[in-house]
Design a protein around this ligand. Structure first.
Ligand code: FEO
Length: 162
């Protein structure tokens, strides 16, 4: 695998695991503040992020690219509200989208067709990831700080499968 693409892919394993860590940290905050449904949604999200890291891991194994696991930084643990959590979620997913786009650019420049094809899955996934975060954030903006509506949202997000 071309050097820059190889390095960026190793980094992306870490970035996806950091995403899992971030959502798990948000879930811990929600558990503490008694939003078990939102915590559940975030825990499912954390598991998805681990599966994203594994997609990169498995792809690198398949093409014989050496895997180097990097240190995962500490995520924030203090949040001001549920809205703050979903603002940060959307912001984070936008950042991940730009990292994926950068990987696509590197794969194309390297004429690496298998990597380009594999990354298409992530291009589509990021559309979903941003859409989900934006949808919840817009609901939260409508709710503002109304307790009963927030309890309803908590119950709704408790239904996420995974
Ligand atoms: Fe792995 Fe949330 O993107």
């Amino acid at each position: 695998m071309e050097k820059k693409l190889h390095e960026a892919m190793n980094e992306q394993i870490k970035n996806e695991l950091y995403s899992a860590y971030l959502y798990l940290s948000m879930a811990a905050w929600c558990e503490e503040k008694n939003f078990p449904g939102i915590a559940h949604w975030l825990k499912v999200q954390a598991k998805e992020e681990v599966s994203h890291a594994m997609k990169f891991f498995d792809f690198m194994v398949d093409v014989g690219a050496k895997i180097q696991l990097l240190a995962i930084e500490k995520p924030p643990s203090d949040f001001s509200s549920v809205t703050d959590i979903f603002e940060k979620t959307l912001e984070h997913e936008k950042k991940v989208t730009s990292l994926i786009n950068n990987l696509v650019d590197l794969a194309k420049k390297a004429n690496d067709n298998p990597a380009t094809l594999m990354l298409q899955w992530f291009v589509n996934e990021q559309v979903e990831e941003e859409k989900n975060a934006l949808h919840i954030l817009e609901t939260l903006k409508m709710i503002k700080d109304q307790g009963p509506a927030l309890v309803m949202l908590d119950r709704e997000l408790a239904k996420r499968e995974g």
